[in-house]
Design a protein around this ligand. Structure first.
Ligand code: GDP
Ligand code: MG
Length: 614
């Protein structure tokens, strides 16, 4: 019978406990929460006592906050007759322990190391124990909940502890073991309230009642009510246990004896005796119950763990992709690698210049959006000049008539005045068009630099070189565009429109004038009002040209040509660069980040492989 139970254990329980242990050893708990049992309770409810009875190791105990860091107690059932083995790990300390007697002192030291003499810390202390006396079980002991700080404890210590507890019990994977003393009112137990907040139905909460030996006479029935789930119901219910009391500590009762005394205590009590039979009392039953609960929890969580591993792996692979693969060793591969990355960057610029955006572009990279905004401003500006002309044309005509009168007989000066006014008006637009060019060019350069950082950010020297090239090309293209604009404005100074087009525009403006009832506008070209109409007609034609020409010059040079030129320039970069190895020197941060990500990926891959067998 005993053998059968043993085989069942080895086949159905052990593998799951081992699995989680291996996953934890691989460090998977850095990536996700593994199923575990967290022990919580109000101060002095008996948490540490419960742990020491389960582990048969004396843990630091006393009054005040004794547990000041989370303590992971990892127990491994050793083969019969094997020696006790212990290991304590915290921060970068790893300590082998030879005897259970050393544990208490070393944990105290560890707590002082991590949390000082009075404070608390969320840093984990991990104690591994292997012995024939312990069950296969991992428990996490947490500081007790206190209401008011005493002595030189930090003022907000109560909240710090609550947050720490919350960070453990808030996880769906964690089984909550709430330790409640029988001699306090269960309704006022803070720990039970906290557990109910995160697990309202009590699906993953197990209540453990301590100190049954300290209750008032004839109050056993009240305790039974709790255990029968009639007070604060929990799906997993409650168990009753008796730990070493103050007297046992003074007389130094060995833990093994305490376990025997516990059984005797329950057997002696008529009210509690049936609980033993129902396996609801004693450490012996608590221990196997916890192991079973943990295995159930592990089975329940495995699909979720597998899913999380998968999505974490995807996430990491994406990040690795962004960093670019590791730098190859030999120069030939390096050059090949770099070339394809540079080409990818250039292609992105070319697409960007064509207005083909990537999905995740921020607004300041979208150059066509910027261009559209600027070109609209330009359009409005030219439109504004037209309106201004309406108001000022008559004055301008008079002004020019007066100033340009030379040897001519009256009536012969009109066409020259017309040209002079037109030239003056159009040339005034050169300056704003150059300003726009300047602004546009600056934006294009910034955008190219931003993308270069995204592509090559981890190679400081390379980024520097590329940015110099970008600046050169931007400058060159800006100069070309500037020349083109200036040439166009010089051509505009010639004053030209096809006769048919001009006549048509003139008729249009004349008929508008007639509609307004301004008869003088229809008079001969010698009339000042008629001159205004000529100005309008021509200006409309010239503005139509400029409204399109300036944006086209900018788009051509600063987007299309520029992206093509950058591609040519950067392609040459590799040929002309003497020391490709130096150029490809990655900054330390990136190599480190890549290494971390790779380690993480390895860890997850191993975990996934392990899980495949379950
Ligand atoms: P913690 O603060 O929750 O870790 O509580 P401890 O485990 O340090 O226990 C507080 C005190 O209660 C200690 O003096 C224990 O000896 C005592 N104690 C715990 N459990 C029992 C019990 O079942 N019976 C008796 N008589 N004393 C207990
Ligand atoms: Mg304690």
């Amino acid at each position: 019978m005993a053998n059968l139970l043993y085989t069942e254990y080895e086949e159905k329980i052990r593998p799951y406990i081992d699995l989680i242990d291996s996953l934890r050893e691989q460090g998977l708990n850095k990536d996700l929460t593994l199923p575990s049992i967290a022990v919580i309770g109000d101060q002095s409810s008996g948490k540490s006592s419960v742990l020491e009875m389960l582990s048969e190791i004396a843990l630091p105990r006393g009054t005040g906050i004794v547990t000041r860091c989370p303590l992971e107690l990892k127990m491994k059932n050793g083969t019969k007759g094997s020696q006790w083995k212990g290991q304590l790990n915290y921060r970068d300390v790893s300590l082998l322990l030879n005897s259970p007697q050393d544990v208490e002192e070393e944990i105290k030291k560890a707590q002082i190391h991590l949390a000082g003499k009075t404070g608390i810390s969320s840093e984990l202390i991990s104690l591994q124990v292997e012995s024939p006396c312990v069950p296969d079980l991992t428990l996490i002991d947490l500081p007790g909940i206190i209401r008011v700080p005493t002595g030189n404890q930090p003022q907000d210590i109560g909240n710090m502890i609550k947050n720490l507890i919350q960070s453990y019990i808030g996880k769906e994977e964690t089984i909550i073991l709430v330790v409640i003393s029988c001699n306090v009112d269960i309704a006022t137990t803070e720990a039970l309230k906290m557990a109910q907040e995160v697990d309202p139905k009590g699906d993953r909460t197990l209540g453990v009642l301590t100190k049954p030996d300290l209750i008032d006479r004839d109050t056993e029935k009240d305790i039974l009510k709790i255990i029968n789930n009639q007070m604060v119901p929990l799906r997993k219910g409650y168990m009753l246990i008796k730990c070493r009391g103050q007297h046992d500590l003074i007389t130094n009762t060995p833990l093994a004896n305490a376990l025997k005394k516990e059984i005797a205590f329950f057997n002696d009590n008529v009210h509690f005796r049936p609980l033993l039979e129902k396996k609801l009392a004693s450490f012996q039953h608590l221990s196997s119950r916890l192991t079973n609960e943990l295995v159930l929890q592990i089975k329940k969580c495995l699909p979720g763990i597998q899913e999380k591993i998968g999505s974490k792996m995807n996430e990491i692979m994406k990040q690795l992709d962004k960093l670019g693969g590791a730098i190859p060793e030999d120069t030939k591969t390096k050059v090949h690698n770099l070339t394809s990355r540079i080409l990818a960057y250039c292609d992105e610029l070319i697409h960007l210049a064509m207005g083909e955006y990537k999905k995740d572009y921020p607004i300041d990279v979208k150059l066509h959006d910027f261009a559209r905004e600027k070109f609209t401003e330009w359009y409005k500006k030219l439109d504004g000049v037209k309106i201004g002309l309406n108001e000022n044309a008559a004055i301008m005509v008079k002004h020019h008539e007066k100033n340009s009168k030379g040897r001519e007989l009256p009536g012969f000066t009109k066409y020259r005045i017309f040209e002079a006014i037109i030239r003056e008006q159009i040339q005034e637009l050169l300056e704003p068009s150059l300003e726009m060019l300047n602004e546009f060019s600056a934006r294009v350069e910034t955008t190219c630099n931003t993308l270069a950082l995204q592509h090559f950010g981890s190679y400081p020297l390379l980024v520097g070189e590329i940015q110099i090239k970008i600046a050169e090309v931007c400058n060159k293209m800006e100069r070309k565009a500037e020349e083109m604009l200036e040439t166009n404005f010089k051509m505009e100074a010639m004053v030209y429109a096809p006769d048919e087009m001009y006549s048509y525009k003139l008729m249009e403006f004349q008929s508008r004038g007639q509609q307004k009832g301004n008869s003088s506008m229809t008079n001969s070209s010698l009339d000042p009002q008629a001159m205004v109409i000529h100005l309008h007609a021509y200006y409309q034609i010239a503005i139509d040209r400029l409204v399109q020409m300036v944006p086209m010059v900018l788009r051509y040079y600063l987007l299309q040509e520029l992206s093509a030129q950058i591609k040519i320039t950067l392609a040459q970069l590799l040929f002309h660069y003497k020391d490709v190895d130096a150029l490809l020197q990655e900054n330390d941060e990136t190599s480190e980040k890549r290494r971390d990500l790779k380690d993480n990926l390895d860890r997850l891959t191993q975990a996934r492989n392990l899980l495949m067998n379950y």
